[in-house]
Design a protein around this ligand. Structure first.
Ligand code: SF4
Length: 364
């Protein structure tokens, strides 16, 4: 397994790392009325204003002090892509140069933000582009909040009704920061997104799933399964060697019992690897009697030329076979396929292009 050591997050004084109570007590400690915290929150979270100088109802002294001690976010837009289906993807550069992707996905009256939780990822799933960069660091809660604010105020949709931690990184591997970000997304004076509209998507880290079940949050849990036997799952997802299916599925059942929330299992279909009718029967068998949902996703990302999606008919047959077990199962097409919206793809193509450009430059 990869080592647990992470680099320090550089934005120590990002105001987005503070909740309203923390900011109020800080302002009080500066000898100013604590209610200014509410005003600052209104500027940032309701109006999307990140410049302290523009917060016109704050006393000048407070604006100066804020400018001196804090920044309000620090991402820079590197590139943006708009898909024909409305999916909009942003490649953002962080203060230390690290790059993340954040995606706005509008659909039937809702706008879902796909939030990254780490720069790179340690887990090296075979079908995932993010895994190929290796791990660089955890994002702070404030950096994740800035992704959400970016989507709400600067995307074409200018809205954010739902959030899924499904961008690059494994959210439960950055547990404390992600949970703080979830609480800020959920807070009335923060982004005010209902807990049931927030989803954490995990590759199956069992201790953290158990811990999450005890948080008293009504958030959704989505678990990447991608195979119904340990041999295949370990091949696709090395994390399975540490947390095999025989332990993972019961941990998910416990999560369901403890929180009352339905668990969703994601299953990327890859031809010849996990897409046969026998695989479908195995999947139905391990989930039988479990009040859960299954999302089947025909493979999209092109990390490994040996991995391809099944034919449409094979996907449909797989779905039917799983449905026989009584588990609700749907086929989900990936959104934004024309703009490389699968996790890590835009960053990957950007780095290829920049790299190619550099070579070009060097030659001349
Ligand atoms: S699928 Fe998730 S856990 Fe696996 S390598 Fe990609 S980002 Fe990491």
């Amino acid at each position: 397994m990869p080592e647990e050591k992470t680099e320090k997050v550089p934005l120590k004084n990002n105001i987005l790392d503070r909740d309203a109570a923390q900011l109020a007590s800080l302002i009080a400690s500066w000898g100013m009325p604590a209610f200014h915290a509410r005003q600052i929150f209104t500027w940032i979270y309701q109006r999307g204003v990140m410049d302290f100088g523009a917060m016109s109802d704050l006393p000048a002294g407070l604006r100066q002090r804020l400018n001196k001690e804090f920044c309000a976010g620090a991402v820079r837009l590197e590139e943006t892509r708009m898909s024909a289906d409305g999916t909009e993807k942003f490649l953002l550069r962080l203060a230390d140069g690290g790059m993340i992707e954040t995606v706005s996905i509008p659909a039937s009256g809702r706008v879902t933000g796909c939030i990254s939780s780490q720069v790179g990822c340690k887990f090296a799933c075979r079908f995932c582009v993010s895994g190929t960069f290796g791990f660089r660091r955890n994002l702070s809660a404030g950096e994740m909040i800035e992704e959400a604010l970016y989507l709400r105020h600067r995307s074409a949709a200018k809205s954010l009704t739902h959030a899924v931690f499904m961008g690059s990184g494994e959210p439960l591997d950055n547990y404390d920061n992600v949970l703080r970000a979830v609480r800020m997304l959920n807070a009335k004076d923060g982004l005010n997104i209902g807990a049931r509209r927030i989803t954490i998507s995990t590759n199956g880290l069992i201790p953290q799933i158990r811990r999450l079940a005890g948080e008293g949050l009504q958030i959704e849990l989505s678990v990447s399964l991608h195979a119904a036997d340990d041999r295949t799952r370990s091949l696709l997802m090395p994390v399975n060697k540490r947390y095999p299916l025989k332990d993972l599925v019961p941990a998910c059942r416990e999560y369901r019992q403890k929180t009352g929330r339905q668990v969703t299992f994601e299953y990327v279909l890859i031809r010849g690897i996990n897409s046969s009718l026998a695989d479908a029967r195995k999947l139905g068998k391990i989930l039988r009697g479990f009040d859960c949902k299954v999302n089947l996703i025909p493979l999209n990302a092109q990390t490994d030329p040996g991995l391809v999606p099944p034919e449409r008919s094979e996907t449909a047959a797989f779905r039917q076979e799983v449905a026989k077990s009584g588990v609700p199962v749907t086929i989900r097409q990936q959104r934004g396929e024309d703009i490389e919206a699968a996790c890590g793809q835009l960053r990957s193509s950007y780095e290829r292009r920049v790299h190619a450009g550099r070579h070009h430059h060097e030659r001349h």
